[in-house]
Design a protein around this ligand. Sequence first.
Ligand SMILES: O=C(O)CCC(=O)C(=O)O
Ligand SMILES: [Fe+2]
Length: 273
Amino acid sequence: MELPRLKKSSSSSEVAQALKEAGCVVIERLVSEELMSQVGSELKPFIHSTPFGPDSFTGKKTKRTGSLIARSTSFHELASHPTIVGASREVICQTATTIQIHLTQIIEIGPGSDAQPIHRDQWAWDSFPFPQDWEVEVSTMWALTDFTEENGATRVIPGSHLWEDKLRPSFEETIPAVMPSGSVLLYTGSLYHGGGENSTTESRTGVNVDYSASFLRQEENQYLACPPDVAARIDPDLAKLIGYSRGSYALGYFGDLQDPIEALDTFKDTNNL
Ligand SMILES: O=C(O)CCC(=O)C(=O)O
Ligand SMILES: [Fe+2]
């Protein structure tokens, strides 16, 4: 199966349909290169002070820098892009009533990095065996630099979202998601994939934003990454998407069954925001 490729003008439903069929899809040049380089320059000091990963999964020559909502205002446009959020909602809400941002992470695969082991992102939930027709996560990888086969473009196996669980596919079964800066690769939590090997002398930089069913624990702790004094200053819809809202009917309330967004309203009132 080939990796489906869609245009910037594609609707959320077209993207969701491609995800349901192939488990992955690229939208070419969804945002401008200028926006990507703005995100890159806002995050540069944070990437600079990030240590390399401790093991072969995170990558010993790879840097992973999080808290992107608090650290880069330009990044908000990527995290809340209507085509992406709409498609994620459509795919995940076959099984859940609401979605949330699961993690935000800039991934810089340094020169000489080995390929990452092929995996499913949904294994993060203790490898819980979700039924095959349950999609609980949509991952996105925005190309900040161009993604090439040589510099470590994400490797995917289109169609593998329907494969059995706990397989160990070989690197040879994968293909690289080659795409120019400003493009985005979407893949379900059930798709077998991994970061590629970087045999060039430059870093490959991708912006990874994942969305998940709100009934699952978030991989990046959004309440520490974006505490109330930060969350009160961002767009309320984005604040809701990171978890300052109720998940489903009962999840995430505080105090006397209050909705989390009320905590931000109170914070704004007391601080005249
Ligand atoms: O960096 C990449 O291309 C993929 C990273 C990835 O799959 C992960 O960290 O889970
Ligand atoms: Fe992954």
